[in-house]
Ligand binder design. Structure first.
Ligand SMILES: Cc1ncc(C[n+]2csc(CCOP(=O)(O)OP(=O)(O)O)c2C)c(N)n1
Length: 667
């Protein structure tokens, strides 16, 4: 950092405080307190440690900075502006306005330098662990001296972050895996929205708790720049443990009336208090959004310094590449998230015979793994059931960091958020695994993956009541409906090996959103394909399996219900009631097709019905008021699957009977 006077440093930190306070005041909403209190630590981190290059914001050798307490977004936007990222003063003035690049909480993709979408507390904490995991894995693959030896992962986390369960899960995972180069600054201001943390967060000693997780913990005063600097240096040297630095701060620092109070947390200071704050800090009342010339000059000089450092680092990267051709090529495979052309052709094998789709998926994963080196992932202690293991891929651990199978432990929420971290960083395609029932435990992370357009893959098995004896606690009912309600999440429920291959290929090709693979525990009878399987049609999400002469209606099914629907149609055909059979492994993909395709597959002129062993609410859009949805509107039961099929009406005879009544005009 350029050597400057204490006064200029104070002025530079106050610039951050006042940009935040002015922006929140102008927007008439937002959170000034956190940026004002955390400005010192952020300043020390960004000026003395963080390696970045605004000209190449995604440069692989950069340090990653995560603002987990996303409500303090103005802290990040002010830093991005001052350090030369493409974030203008005008962007700051439009804070929280429609179409602005500075939304209320940081959103990935809106501004260069925003590494993650944060706001739901705890998520950023776990995302950072995902970054560190990905770097550790790549270091394992690339060996000493690689460009991944250099980056650190930093985050600013808050009381709220540390109270959330997902952070506890992620911290435990990071400690267990000895993820070093992970340095979290805890904005320990003892204030949340409802008041002092003592009203809800007093029973635990955060230091002991994190030490218990295997973290290295330090404490420091939030105004002591040299102390913060030293603590970061110590944390950086701690390679075998993640680090938490408790930084004691005052929320709303500088505000005479609101500092240290929850009233500084989430509302503008107010004109009067803003004036009083500026006076107290020796700051001119006007103009707003002031960046004094000497502060601007300081940041320019700093930028030049950072650029020199980055160039030197890139020169080291180049030298490493020159000496390590194969490894450099492997790194590029990760950077591009490369997969071979026409991957699907290599996954299809046309095998027929009754099998569980989770089993078929297991076989497909083994084919993909050698072809797509950046695919990594695992399960929340259900690998034996989800069948997600990459055979021969090794388990990730501190002793074998190149292992591709991640043991997330029974931490579904963190698994989702850690996978998001891997995906934000863009160097891996991560997959997760658990029972579909427990997708609920991951849902906040999955929603953020969808919002942020992340390429993650969720393998959710045991996809219906037909998992049987484990009973209603484990049997998903409303999950498909709830998941399909998440915009930009593709939910694929394949019925056989061909559709499983198509679903995986789709997930690997899809770079701008998450894909869920919904797989059965039980064996599914083979679908009789009179029309040869066409993968291109299946990739469209819904296609015709059978279209007999004189068909009077269309029956749509997914997954295990496709052969069931086929059997029911055969019974009806014997009575002269012919129906078309459509398999719809991915409703979102189908819905995105042109009307010509949709109408050809589900002709508007014919009545349509759907059979799916789930809640089914979303299907009414497809079948309309005169249609029929054969689903389940109560919880399941603990029993063998055959008994449940009888009880819940999912036998060929019962489905045929329902269809016949419907065709006759009854419900
Ligand atoms: C999962 C989640 N729950 C609730 C909120 C709403 N919320 C935003 S900030 C906040 C309090 C945060 O307190 P703290 O983390 O200490 O931040 P500070 O008061 O220091 O700004 C809450 C409850 C949220 N953003 N995310």
């Amino acid at each position: 950092m350029p050597s400057v006077s204490r006064e200029l440093v104070e002025k530079a930190v106050n610039t951050i405080r006042m940009l935040a306070a002015d922006a929140v005041q102008q927007a008439n909403s937002g959170h000034p307190g956190m940026p004002m209190g955390a400005a010192d630590m952020a300043f020390v981190l960004w000026t003395r440690h963080l390696r970045f290059d605004p000209a190449e914001p995604r440069w692989i050798g950069r340090d990653r900075f995560v603002l987990s307490a996303g409500h303090g977004s103005m802290l990040l936007y002010a830093l991005l502006h001052l350090s030369g990222f493409d974030c203008t003063l005008d962007d700051l003035k439009k804070f929280r306005q429609h179409h602005a690049r500075t939304p209320g909480h940081p959103e990935f993709g809106h501004l260069p330098g925003v590494e993650v979408t944060s706001g739901p507390l705890g998520q950023g904490f776990a995302n950072g662990v995902g970054f560190a995991l990905g770097h550790a894995m790549l270091r394992g693959k690339l060996g000493p001296g690689s460009p991944l030896e250099e980056p650190y992962v930093y985050a600013i986390v808050s009381d709220g972050d540390l109270m959330e369960g997902v952070a506890a899960e992620a911290a435990s995972f990071a400690g267990h895996n000895a993820l070093g180069r992970l340095v979290y600054l805890y904005d320990d201001n003892e204030i949340t929205i409802d008041g002092r943390t003592s009203i809800a967060f007093s029973g635990e000693d955060v230091t002991k708790r994190f030490e218990g997780y295997g973290w290295h913990v330090q404490s420091v005063d939030g105004r002591d720049h040299d102390g913060i600097d030293r603590a970061i240096q110590v944390a950086k040297a701690e390679r075998a443990k993640p680090s938490l630095i408790r930084v004691r701060t005052t929320i709303g620092f500088g505000s005479p009336g609101k500092a240290g109070k929850s009233s500084a947390h989430g509302a503008p200071l107010g004109e009067e208090e803003l004036r009083a704050t500026k006076k107290a800090l020796g700051w001119p009342e006007e103009p707003r959004f002031l960046v004094p010339d000497d502060v601007r000059a300081f940041w320019r000089e700093l930028q030049a310094e950072k650029k020199r450092d980055a160039d030197a680092q890139r020169a080291r990267e180049k030298a490493w590449r020159a000496e390590n051709g194969d490894k450099a090529a492997l790194l590029d495979v990760h950077v591009e998230r490369w997969a071979p052309e026409r991957l699907l052709d290599r996954l299809l094998d046309g095998a027929s015979g009754a099998d569980a789709t989770r089993k078929l998926s297991q076989a497909v994963v083994q084919k993909i793994a050698p072809l797509v080196p950046c695919l990594v992932g695992g399960s929340a202690d259900l690998a034996e059931s989800n069948l997600t293991d990459i055979k021969g891929g090794g388990s990730f651990s501190p002793g074998s960091p190149s292992g591709r199978n991640v043991h997330f432990g029974i931490r579904e929420h963190a698994m989702g958020a850690i996978a998001n971290g891997l995906a934000y960083d863009g160097l891996h395609i991560p997959f997760t695994g658990t029972f579909l029932q427990f997708a609920d435990y991951m849902r906040p992370a999955v929603r953020l993956a969808a919002l942020s357009g992340l390429q993650t893959i969720d393998v959710w098995t045991h996809d219906s009541i037909f998992l049987g004896e484990d009973g209603p606690t484990h049997q998903p009912i409303e999950h498909l409906t709830a998941l399909r309600a998440i915009p930009n999440l593709h939910v694929c429920r394949p019925c056989d090996g061909d559709e499983v291959a198509v679903s995986w290929a789709h997930a690997l090709a899809r770079r701008n959103g998450p894909t869920a693979l919904i797989l059965s525990r039980q064996k599914i009878a083979p679908v009789r394909r009179t029309v040869p399987f066409d993968p291109e049609s299946a990739l469209r999400g819904g296609y015709v399996v059978d279209a007999p002469e004189g068909a009077r209606f269309t029956l749509v099914a997914t997954g295990s219900e496709v052969p069931l629907a086929q059997a029911a149609l055969e019974l009806l055909a014997k009575k002269g009631l012919n129906g078309r059979l459509v398999s719809m492994p991915c409703y979102e993909c189908f819905d995105a097709q042109p009307a010509s395709w949709r109408d050809a597959v589900v002709p508007p002129a014919l009545p349509a019905a759907v059979v799916e062993a789930a809640r089914g609410l979303e299907w009414w859009k497809l079948v309309g008021r005169s249609g029929l949805v054969i689903g389940i509107d109560r919880f399941g039961a603990s029993a063998p699957d055959k008994a449940l099929a009888e009880e819940y009406g999912f036998t060929p005879a019962r489905v045929a009977e329902r269809l016949e009544r419907w065709l006759a005009g009854a419900r």
